[in-house]
Design a binder for this molecule. Sequence first.
Ligand code: DGT
Ligand code: CA
Ligand code: CA
Ligand code: ZN
Length: 585
Amino acid sequence: MATTRDVLAMLGELVTLTALAEESKQSFKVRAYENAGLGLESDGRDITELSMTELTKIKGVGKATASKVREFVETGKVAKLVDLRQQFPPAVVELSRIPGMGPKTLAVVRSHLGVENVDQLKAAIEAEQLRRLPGLGATSEAKIAKAIDRLGMSGKDRRTPIADALPLAERLVSDLQALPAVVDAQCCGSLRRMSETIGDIDITVSSESPVEVMNHVVSHDEVSELVVNGDTKTSFLTAGGLQVDVRVVTPDQFGAATLYFTGSKQHNIALRQRAMDRNMLLNEYGLIDTSNEHLAPADRPIIASRTESEIYDALGLEYVPAPMREATGEVEAAGGEGLPELVERSHIKGDLHYHTDRSGDGRSSVADMVKVAADQGYDYLAITDHGVDLAINGSTAEEMLEHRELISQIQDGYPDMTILWGCELNIGAKGGLDYDDDFRALFDYTVASVHSHFDQSPKEQTKRLVAAIADPTVNSIGHLTGRYIGRRPGIEIEVDIVLEALAHFDVALEINGALQRLDAASDVVRKAVDRGIKMVINTDSHHTSELGRMEYGVLTAQRGWTPKELVINTWDRDRFLKWTRHRRT
Ligand code: DGT
Ligand code: CA
Ligand code: CA
Ligand code: ZN
């Protein structure tokens, strides 16, 4: 039985593969599927229950998409997609992810050189064959070579960006949780720890009927190739070439198993060492009492195994949230001075980087964007559409003033949520910002971000950021480096100098929850936290379906050891509003 999420994933794959088939991401068909996906995503109903007529009434959904949705719900596949998957096998889709290998270049490289995977592409580059192809040259050849190196895409150390793995893993976990035979299911491994790139997906299932669970897994529509097909463990490859390991354990072992398979390996080693020091043994089945040497191994008492909390507790440790399990001092802290009081999703009182269709790339109206924010129970919200300097997507001063009027009208309908008229300012090549100083000072709140000039030297980038931070109209710095994980490296900066400036001018550092970004990265976040720099966790939403990113931002904050106290959007409204104004007066 397909779910709404399965349908949306099917459409997402259709977008990717159609762009390859049409040799353009902008083709009419690609955009049609994209828009249909957005319409269906924000509809809110169970899509699988809707008829053709009901489907085509949804904004953006045409006949062609609606019939594919029905086909998928009724038969479990879509003929068109089966056909596209044959034309574009996983290894080819992976090629298309390399910066510089757009759909057109990919088609040329395949047809002229017969290149079908990363290893063949590398060989072709070494033989200097790419530079002789129509539309390419030595420069594009070098660019692609560098991208392959940087992404570590060759061989077995190939890694998948979290944005490509997490939605799939969440879908699998919730499908498993829906099975009557399943007591619980948990995503483990690097994905649960919120690593930026993922080797494979690890899922642990709690059930008394492993065979039933495994039978369900092997027939899942994500399975493209089975690697391991056992009674308690299944490994398969998805159409995208990603490996998924699913293991089934009994409910009384679930905590020990999730602890073990979440890792990291180094964290596990530190826990095991601690267990040994206390005459205990820790493995994937439980924490075992080894103090009585006369007992046979099978007779040794199990101290804890059902939940992770019980195991940490029995080891004399505070519970360590998964994103912190990287063996960077968390075990010592959990057994000593204590872990920081980490920020949690329930602490968040507002979103402060938020777009509407005032931005060229915003996809939902102000009214709709405000409504979904209010539905989250937020106390405040900053609407930060793009400043004028962003080509195509920005707004002029006049447009911004009209926008302020519209926002203030909508505010009347939301007495419990303060809506700030804000702006996402663009940090220019030398640190200049949009509009003139007086106009900028009118905004209730601003986030300043880099959207251009990615290739300057680290010194120039640092100067540029520091100049923006020093500007008294700037409240926060958005997505610090502008990276897209696994796709585009961010700007290179001298981190310590930038952090020094943030601390000095009391400007907040954003943790952007978009999975492609997760920027500032958790290691930078941890450095910022050490200096007491204020943090802000945002979704950078451009559509009503994107608010869920707050969770990913919070997990990234936890990975950087961020305490609640430093996060300005956990503060109550008065304290937060007072802080936004302190540099303006
Ligand atoms: P990845 O998949 O490369 O992104 O990273 P992980 O951390 O998900 O690693 P993976 O999938 O090889 O194994 C999942 C977890 O299982 C890992 O974090 C810790 C545990 N684990 C795997 N192999 C070992 C091992 O040899 N010793 C210990 N102590 N733990 C292991
Ligand atoms: Ca893994
Ligand atoms: Ca694994
Ligand atoms: Zn933005």
